[in-house]
Design a protein around this ligand. Structure first.
Ligand code: AMP
Length: 221
């Protein structure tokens, strides 16, 4: 099963993705996490991506598609995959279809998380991310048991530089201009698309999210 999570920055995709990945033993493909890892390791991709990320802009499609293709090889074709923060443009979405087709797969389910802009800005200002495992905590809404320490893996939580207010505004605009058109793309795409209101309690969102994915996966391998 291949699942795509859509939605603006701060809507909680990462938090929900990590829970589902743990419950389904699926592979979590977050292009944001992969790019941050590349930056930490100082790879060529990391260096190329750095300026785009710091400005809150999208990294060019060809770099992202190469990164995803390479990562999927390591995952193998039989494992469930949850894409988080990818695709972000229609060219990435059509590129993903081509890549999946080569292994006889397709996007089975798309989940669109939605919340008002003021909620997104507030969430991003409190967000504390784990660079080691990708788990996301929030200083206001879901604080870790021990301040600054990831509940999932014990890593040191960080406030991302691109979660600062000016970059957040830019990222929200980039989402509207370049990623929101994917909603229409996936509405016309084979497979199911579910919209989930994400301005609610994390548990309530997860219950709806899990049933949207596992319910629609019946009969899908
Ligand atoms: P995220 O962690 O998903 O919020 O991504 C952080 C940043 O990484 C974004 O603001 C972009 O600069 C870059 N990025 C992550 N995923 C993509 C993608 N699929 N396409 C282009 N840029 C991306």
């Amino acid at each position: 099963m291949v699942v795509v999570l859509l939605g603006p920055p701060g809507v909680g995709k990462g938090t929900q993705a990590v829970r589902l990945v743990d419950d389904l033993s699926a592979a979590h493909v977050s292009t944001g996490d992969l790019l941050r890892a590349a930056r930490r390791e100082g790879t060529e991709l990391g260096n190329l991506a750095q300026g785009f990320m710091d400005r809150g802009e999208l990294v060019p499609d060809d770099l992202i598609l190469d990164l995803v293709k390479e990562h999927l090889i390591g995952i193998g074709a039989s494992r469930d995959v949850i894409f988080d923060g990818f695709p972000r443009t229609t060219d990435q979405a059509t590129g993903l279809d081509v890549v999946l087709e080569t292994s006889g797969r397709k996007v089975d389910t798309v989940v669109l998380f939605e919340a008002p802009d003021d909620v997104l800005v507030q969430r991003l200002s409190g967000r504390r991310s784990c660079p080691d495992c990708g788990a996301v905590h929030n200083a206001y809404f879901s604080p870790p048991a021990v301040e600054g320490v990831c509940d999932r893996c014990g890593g040191t939580l960080q406030h991302r530089a691109d979660d600062e207010p000016d970059t957040v505004k830019r990222r929200l605009q980039v989402y509207l201009d370049q990623t929101a058109p994917l909603i229409a793309f996936y509405e016309d795409h084979p497979g199911t698309m579910t919209r989930i209101g994400a301005d609610r309690d994390v548990e309530a969102i997860y219950a709806e999210f899990n049933s949207a994915v596992t319910g629609s996966s019946e009969g899908v391998s």
